[in-house]
Design a protein around this ligand. Structure first.
Ligand SMILES: C[S@@+](CC[C@H](N)C(=O)[O-])C[C@H]1O[C@@H](n2cnc3c(N)ncnc32)[C@H](O)[C@@H]1O
Length: 278
C-alpha cells in the first residue's frame, strides 16, 4: 500500500495524535459548515475521508449525514486499527462507517461519491494537486470535494525542524525529513485548479491562534504530526532520538515561550470546498 510517490510513510501514534483533539478538530468543523447540502437522491449518501487518521473526525460526518455510508481511508496501520476499534460499524443514525487501507496518492473512487473530504492529510501526499481532477470526476453531479491542509510550513515549528535536520550532525540520517511539505499550494492555486475543473469553488485560509497547555506544548503537538518522520527514522536509536528532541525542544522553547495562560501556537490552515455542477 505504501508507494514511492507518497512521502515514505512514517509510523503514526494515534494516542499521541489525539492529545490535542480540540484544536485539531476545530478546522474540520469549520470545513464541514461550508459544505453545501448533498444532492438528495432518495438514498443514503456515499462519502470518503482520505487520510482519516484515528477516525474521530470521520465520525463527525455521520452527525451531518446520519444514514450515509462513510469510508475512511489511511496508509497507517496504527491509525486504521484505532479508527476501526473506536468508530467502525453502524452509526447512530442508521448509516455505516468503515475504514480501509489506501494510499491517497493513487486512490480514486471505485463507485460515484456524493462527498470526498480530507482533513490535515494531503500535505503528506505530494501529487495531490494532480489528483483533484480524478476525485472531482468520481463525484456524482452536485457532489462536493472538501479539504483542509495546514499552511504553516514556514512557521518556526517547521522551519526550525528543517534547519535542525540539515545540520551536519543529523543530515545523513534525517536530511529532507524536516522539509516534506513544499508541495502544498497557496489558496489561489487550489482555487485556480478547482474552477478550471468546472467546479464552484470556495477557498480560504485561517490562522488559528491556538493556546496550548502543558510543558513543551509545541513539542508535544509536533510529536503527533510533523515529527513522525524523524521519530520513525530514529526509531531504533533511543539515544539519538533523545538527543534530537533535546535540541529541538530548546529551539521551540525560545520560539514559543510559555506564558502565564499557556503557549501561543499560531497555526495557518488552507481550506477548499468545490462543488461539481449538477
Ligand atoms: C495529521 S493526520 C490527520 C488525520 C485526520 N484526518 C484528522 O483530521 O484528525 C494525517 C493522516 O494522513 C495519513 N496519510 C499520510 N499519507 C497518506 C497517504 N498517502 N494516503 C492515505 N493516508 C495518508 C496519515 O497516516 C495520518 O493518519
Amino acid at each position: 500500500m505504501r508507494s514511492a510517490d507518497s512521502v515514505s510513510a512514517p509510523v503514526w501514534d494515534p494516542r499521541q495524535y489525539l492529545r490535542h483533539t480540540t484544536h485539531r478538530t476545530r478546522p474540520f468543523l469549520d470545513l464541514l459548515q461550508r459544505i453545501p447540502p448533498l444532492p438528495d437522491r432518495g438514498r443514503p449518501a456515499r462519502i470518503a475521508d482520505l487520510g482519516c487518521g484515528p477516525g474521530n473526525v470521520t465520525a463527525l460526518l455521520a452527525d451531518r449525514w446520519p444514514d450515509a455510508h462513510i469510508t475512511g481511508y489511511d496508509l497507517s496501520p496504527e491509525m486504521l486499527e484505532r479508527a476501526a476499534k473506536d468508530w467502525s460499524g453502524t452509526t447512530p443514525g442508521g448509516g455505516w462507517l468503515d475504514f480501509r487501507p489506501a494510499d491517497a496518492a493513487h486512490w480514486t473512487p471505485a463507485e460515484p461519491h456524493d462527498l470526498i473530504v480530507s482533513n490535515a492529510a494531503l500535505q503528506w501526499v505530494p501529487n495531490h494537486p494532480e489528483s483533484l481532477a480524478a476525485w472531482i470526476d468520481g463525484l456524482r453531479p452536485g457532489g462536493t470535494l472538501a479539504f483542509q491542509v495546514p499552511g504553516n510550513f514556514t512557521a518556526p515549528s517547521h522551519a526550525l525542524l528543517g534547519e535542525l535536520c540539515a545540520l551536519p550532525e543529523w543530515r545523513t540520517r534525517l536530511g529532507g525529513q524536516g522539509r516534506r511539505f513544499v508541495h502544498i499550494l497557496e489558496p489561489a492555486g487550489y482555487l485556480a485548479r478547482l474552477t478550471a475543473l468546472g467546479c464552484e469553488a470556495d477557498v480560504w485560509e485561517t490562522v488559528y491562534c491556538q493556546l496550548l497547555q502543558g510543558e513543551d506544548a509545541v513539542l508535544d503537538w509536533v510529536k503527533g504530526t510533523a515529527l513522525r518522520p524523524v521519530l520513525t527514522a530514529l526509531g531504533d536509536d533511543r539515544e539519538a532520538a533523545d538527543a534530537f528532541l533535546a535540541q529541538y525542544r530548546a529551539l521551540l522553547r525560545e520560539a514559543y515561550p510559555a506564558g502565564p495562560d499557556g503557549t501561543v501556537f499560531p497555526f495557518r490552515r488552507v481550506f477548499a470546498v468545490a462543488r461539481k455542477p449538477s
